[in-house]
Design a protein around this ligand. Structure first.
Ligand SMILES: [Zn+2]
Length: 415
């Protein structure tokens, strides 16, 4: 299969509905000024959804890369989907399931997006990629660049967890910490550098580079297959820039267009209350352009991976909530730590703070959701950010090699 994707993709505006050929020189809608998104026009062979995917590239016909030799992959995707009977019982849902994106090669869902984005870079003949990142994108970009034999420049700002920077540097990328509180200022620097130096801009920001957020839609395809076509009533998704939420929504729209589903789950976007521009946009009925006009002032949360001061994918994330009759909610840092430990101790899965928000959000779902089915997207692993748990988990008991002392410390807690 080697279809020219310029024939099967267009650039679509979710603001006004306009579509233009994928060869358009600009990613901005001439009608309303919103960013354009890629949209597959292909209707896949029905056999595609009848076998479990081997990786997200099992859906290659629905991804915007034409040349199979350009694909850079570590077999990302095809992540586990498991049920949590404890969480379902605790919160009164019919079922709660968890899509374990932390199982991706570098530990977060960003591998899906970066795999597609860097394949685009290779298709364009680029040799260097550059990203703006709070950590997970830097890890993915550095790893996939190593895999591709390319160079990666990783521009980070104040919210990057030190462990993530170390992980990213280990793959060989060049990490650069930019001294400014403004993510937008770092974006401006990265974009200017890409233009000047011929680098590919690999940031997972759909408003800048629609190719770089395509991978997230394959999560929806996998959920369709892993639920036997019976998608949940609700999907709860962490939101930073909104690319995960917008991507899952666009994947669901594909499934609807393929006539595989006739209704969409209601989508819930969850942010930290110290940085909640999606909730602000939904509560105040702001259109996308207004939502980015005033960045969130002074983002303040331990969930650094979602502390984006604007919605870089608000052009899809905002309609994802509105058009599915969904919800935007936010949770406090205390709730985030509690959610992280709750999932670790209920099911043995340690999420990072940036996605522990979805566990914290379960108690905030409306009454009508009780008795219904819920899927939570666990987008990244807590192993990336262990210092955040300092003071919240017990330290080891210190004993001599003595049975009495072992009995003392182990029976004391459970008696
Ligand atoms: Zn438009």
């Amino acid at each position: 299969m080697h279809d020219d994707k310029s024939q099967t993709f267009d650039l679509h505006c979710y603001g006004c509905g306009e579509s233009v050929p994928v060869s358009s020189p600009t990613f901005t809608c001439s009608g309303c000024g919103a960013p354009l998104s890629l949209r597959s026009r292909a209707v896949p062979d029905s056999a595609l959804f009848s076998h479990p995917p081997r990786s997200q590239w099992s859906y290659a016909d629905l991804l915007p890369i034409t040349d199979p030799n350009a694909v850079v992959s570590l077999d990302e995707g095809a992540t586990p989907h498991i049920e949590s009977t404890r969480l379902a019982e605790r919160y009164g849902f019919d079922t709660v399931s968890l899509k374990l994106e932390a199982a991706n090669p570098t530990g977060s869902f960003k591998d899906r997006q970066v795999s597609v984005g860097i394949s685009r870079a290779r298709e364009l003949g680029k040799e260097t990629v550059a990203v703006v990142s709070s950590g997970n994108v830097a890890c993915a970009a550095s790893a996939y660049a190593a895999r591709a034999g390319m160079r990666s420049i990783l521009l980070t700002h104040g919210f990057a967890a030190p462990n993530k920077i170390a992980q990213a540097a280990a793959y060989g990328g060049t990490a650069v910490s930019v001294e400014t509180p403004s993510a937008l200022a770092v974006f401006d620097l990265c974009i200017e550098a890409c233009e000047q130096f011929g680098w590919y801009h690999l940031s997972t920001s759909g408003m800048h580079e629609p190719y770089n957020v395509e991978g997230a839609k394959t999560i929806a395809y996998e959920l369709y297959q892993q639920t036997g076509g019976r998608l949940p009533d609700w999907i709860v998704i962490p939101v930073g820039g909104g690319g995960l939420l917008g991507g899952v929504w666009r994947g669901l729209l594909d499934l609807q267009r393929f006539r595989l589903i006739d209704r969409l789950p209601r989508l819930v976007g969850v942010q930290a209350s110290g940085c909640a521009p999606l909730q602000e946009a939904i509560d105040n009925s702001l259109p996308f352009a207004e939502s980015i006009a005033e960045p969130w002032a002074n983002p303040d949360t331990i969930a650094g991976g979602i502390a984006d001061d604007i919605l870089f994918d608000g052009h899809t994330a905002i309609p994802a909530i509105r058009e599915t009759n969904g919800l935007a909610i936010s949770v406090s840092d205390d709730e985030i730590i509690a959610g992280e430990l709750e999932l670790a101790q209920s099911d043995g899965i340690l999420p990072e703070p940036s996605c522990a928000v979805v566990i914290a959000a379960l108690r905030h779902l409306p009454e009508e959701a009780r008795g219904q089915s819920v899927t939570a997207i666990i987008s990244g692993t807590g192993i990336k950010d262990l210092p955040v748990l300092d003071g919240h988990v017990a330290s080891a008991h210190r004993i001599a090699p003595s049975l009495d002392q072992l009995k003392e410390v182990t029976f004391r807690e459970t008696d």
